[in-house]
Design a protein around this ligand. Structure first.
Ligand code: NAD
Length: 284
């Protein structure tokens, strides 16, 4: 049986993942700001260091997998963009960087990061903020949200999810991860009925926006069903799955973006494509 680290374990989809892992007799090291083996505030660098160190100590330096589910939604408030940025982006990147050697030690570890379909269905997420996050510059990202006024937390949420999904796809194919047997993938849920969504539904303005949002399948996702997808992505079924973003959102992404992806490599992208061909280091 394996050893898995799960952040955001105290609630919602993280809790549902833990329940399933334990039912399959795996050891789970839980990380959350409350009710967890490792109590750590992932919105601070010190909290993230604590999470890295205590999980390494509890797992004996070997992890068969990790699920990064801790996250904050786009609630109102001046401090919210910074909090969302720290937890949703740096609370994933710094933990995975700190756990990489432990994941490599397992030889075939699987990692699932929680993105969101907001990354592809929310309009006008500032590309400059995404670039700033990927460059590790949270202050520059935060400056770009100012022009959005009271929508700044929503933009910070969207940008954190685009950036973390891209970070996953970039790292997933790097030798440091893929050659170490680590399979790094993301899941992109739509609206799932967890305490995070319940809080949003309790705010009349947000509730109106959520209810008006197109979901072809109707209703909300069930946290347990999302956890089932995560468990599958932690299993040997994911041995050949690298850098995928699995969208489970009742069809919202397909509604808005059906013609965007899959798509051909356009003529204006051909030069970059050929450069990637040349850069590839092995012949299988
Ligand atoms: P949830 O609120 O039920 O659980 C999130 C967990 O993260 C909580 O246990 C919370 O304590 C923890 N957390 C928050 N801030 C923290 C901090 N500073 N330090 C440590 N832990 C902290 O939420 P959920 O809906 O289960 O969300 C799980 C993930 O899925 C999140 O990343 C969220 O952004 C993403 N997501 C959720 C939805 C949805 O509709 N519920 C949709 C798309 C993506």
């Amino acid at each position: 049986m394996g050893v898995y680290a799960v952040t955001g374990s105290a609630s919602g989809m993280g809790a549902a993942v833990c329940e399933r892992l334990r039912a399959a007799e795996h050891d789970v090291v839980t990380v959350d700001i409350r009710d967890a083996d490792v109590i750590a505030d992932l919105s601070t660098p010190a909290g993230r260091r604590t999470a890295v160190e205590k999980v390494l100590a509890a797992s004996g330096g070997r992890l068969d997998g990790a699920v990064l589910a801790a996250g904050l939604g786009p609630a109102p408030g001046r401090e919210r963009p910074a909090l969302v940025t720290q937890v949703n982006y740096f609370g994933v990147v710094e933990l995975l960087e700190g756990w990489r050697d432990a994941l490599a030690a397992a030889g075939n570890a699987k990692v699932v990061v929680f993105g969101s379909n907001s990354a592809t269905t929310m309009p006008l997420i500032p590309a400059r903020a995404v670039a700033a996050l990927l460059a590790g510059d949270s202050e520059r990202a935060l400056r770009t949200y100012r022009i959005f006024g009271r929508n700044a937390p929503t933009m910070a949420y969207g940008a954190s999810k685009v950036a973390i999904s891209r970070w996953v796809r970039r790292r997933a194919v790097e030798p440091e991860w893929v050659d170490a047997g680590i399979r790094l993938n993301a899941i992109a849920p739509g609206a799932v009925l967890t305490p995070l969504l319940e809080k949003q539904l309790a705010t009349p303005g947000e509730a109106r926006a959520i209810r008006a949002f197109p979901v072809p399948a109707g209703g909300y996702g069930d946290p347990g069903l999302l956890a089932d997808w995560v468990i599958h992505m932690l299993s040997p079924a994911a041995d050949f799955m690298v850098g995928s973003v699995v969208v489970v959102d009742g069809g919202s992404d397909a509604w808005f973006r059906a013609d965007d992806w899959p798509g051909p490599v356009l003529a204006r992208r051909l030069r970059g494509y050929l450069r990637k061909m040349r850069e590839f280091r092995r012949v299988s």
